[in-house]
Design a protein. Structure first.
Ligand code: NAD
Length: 482
């Protein structure tokens, strides 16, 4: 692997994301040689930590994430880390940060290359970007900005944030990260579609009845009620992860497999996204809040949640496109907290065949993203001794050893930032379409005159709201995973 010289500045260096995901991912890239002698990381956050304390934290983070922990390697890696305490609104701190970055650039021969990673509460993103520009933190080599979700709260705030960012960074150096795009099975959607005639030839309305995306969590908000109150399931999960998956399922085949062609194909699809009318929201969307379980209070009683909160912890709905191979095929999604299992999966439901064998079950293609990686087809055959049909799964899966080699989404995506591959990052023009969709649903929900389905309470440990079982276009449709 190429050894890339760089000084990386992580805003939010004492946070959960940095500790659980970024430090272990960087360590793996260090071990693989992508970053090695000529890299250094500045962690910044409000706390008054020392360089040594951050380095200890980095070693700790690697230990927690790595079963074959080697202390010597981890310490050597952590020696590249420096800490700068920093308050996002304080100009002097950016000046201190610039001085440290310049010093480290010289020490590590980083060639003026900088990566800025915003791993903080999104309300700070715009302020940081403005200061990076005003205090001239950018280096003389490449400058890349990695930005976490959520990118804005609605289209208007996302546009404002984008404006602030674009003053310091050109669109092609902005990496809007969505770790779902780094997941093994999400990256498998295009090869599955494009390399198998058995899949490729049926990827159209004639054969596919509907598609279903389920991203379910079994936990509730825990202590993060305060954050969740500013977001809700629609903004937290649909606007990014669910839409990214749906885009990969529905986009036309790109003319080539490079970033430009892939994003061109995505854009062609997203320009044809049907923005839901209030009537569509009424018919095909459902939202709710979870009730208590043995181990967790109901959402309305969670820490820092308003007792009359209208924030949804579950949402189900439908997405349609006017163009692309599956134009006119309903794509249903549901996501929520306190559901039966922690699972991320896609179910492609094919039309039934009704012939001399009767009304056989449909052939479905299921893609399991988490907690295991698997693709399976359900097919029909005859029963051995009695009359009738039996159903079996044909499965594509990995061995335990192979699973252990699958890199974490953050490792993959950080690798892509280092090598400037924007294939698996969201472009602004795509994000805009996602926000238009989300804003239309929110507006319908807020409009009390529109007789929209009200927020429901749903039992913990099941599949969300009762009305989510009735959002389908046809009475014969239902959720495959139950
Ligand atoms: P966190 O609350 O654990 O960390 C926030 C960091 O910001 C801390 O280092 C804190 O010291 C710093 N900070 C807060 N106020 C500051 C100020 N005024 N000046 C300087 N520093 C300040 O948050 P997190 O869970 O690490 O999430 C960070 C970002 O990553 C968010 O945008 C979140 O949506 C996104 N994200 C997190 C996860 C995850 O697993 N934690 C997953 C996906 C995306």
């Amino acid at each position: 692997m190429e050894n890339i010289p760089v000084v990386m500045i992580i805003f939010g260096g004492s946070g959960d994301l940095a500790h659980r995901k970024l430090y272990p991912a960087l360590f793996n890239l260090y071990q693989k040689g992508l970053i090695h002698d000529h890299f250094s990381v500045i962690g910044t956050a409000r706390r008054p930590w020392s360089h040594e304390y951050l380095q200890e934290q980095v070693v700790e983070a690697i230990k927690e994430s790595n079963s074959s922990f080697d202390e010597k390697d981890a310490k050597e890696f952590a020696s590249h880390f420096y800490y700068q305490s920093h308050d996002v609104t304080d100009v002097d701190h950016y000046i201190a940060l610039k001085e440290l970055a310049t010093k480290l650039d010289k020490k590590y021969h980083a060639e003026g290359n900088r990566i800025f990673y915003m791993a903080m509460a999104p309300r700070f993103f715009g302020t940081i970007a403005t200061h990076i520009n005003d205090q001239k933190l950018v280096g003389s080599g490449f400058n890349r900005l990695v930005i976490e979700k959520p990118f804005g709260h609605d289209l208007a705030s996302a546009e404002k944030l984008n404006q602030e960012i674009s003053e310091s960074f050109a669109e092609d150096s902005v990496y809007r990260i969505d770790h779902y795009l780094g997941k093994e099975m999400v990256q498998n959607i295009m090869p599955l579609r494009m390399t198998n005639p058995i899949v490729n030839n049926i990827w159209c309305k004639k054969y596919i009845a509907n598609m279903q995306v389920t991203l379910a969590e079994s936990l509730g908000v825990g202590t993060r009620g305060g954050y969740y109150e500013t977001s809700g399931a629609l903004r937290d999960m649909v606007q990014n992860h669910i839409f990214q998956i749906i885009t990969l399922l529905a986009m036309p085949e790109p003319k080539a497999l490079d970033s430009d062609h892939i994003h061109e194909a995505k854009q062609e699809l997203l320009d044809s996204l049907v923005i839901p009318t209030p009537e569509m929201v009424k018919q095909h969307f459902s939202r709710g809040q979870y009730l208590a379980s043995d181990d967790e209070v109901e959402y309305l009683k969670a820490d820092q949640v308003a007792p009359d909160s209208k924030v949804e912890t579950f949402v189900a709905g439908e997405v349609n496109f006017k163009k692309g191979p599956v134009a006119g095929v309903p794509i249903y999604f549901r996501t929520g907290k306190k559901m039966k299992d922690k699972v991320s999966r896609i179910d492609i439901v094919l039309h039934h065949m009704n012939n001399l064998y009767g009304n056989a079950h449909s052939n479905n293609i299921s893609i399991i993203i988490d907690p295991r990686s698997e693709i399976f087809f359900t097919i029909n055959g005859k029963k051995i001794t009695t009359e009738g049909l039996r159903r079996e799964n044909l499965s594509y899966k990995f061995s335990k050893e192979e699973m252990a080699q699958v890199p974490d989404g953050y490792e993959r995506l950080l690798h892509d930032v280092f090598v400037a591959d924007r294939t698996n990052f969201t472009h602004w023009s795509e994000l805009k379409q996602y926000w238009k969709f989300v804003d239309a649903v929110e507006a319908a929900w807020q409009d009390e005159n529109k007789d929209i389905k009200q927020l429901e309470q749903y039992p913990s440990g099941e599949f969300g709201t009762e009305s989510s079982n009735h959002i389908f276009e046809k009475d014969t449709e239902h959720w495959i995973y139950r």
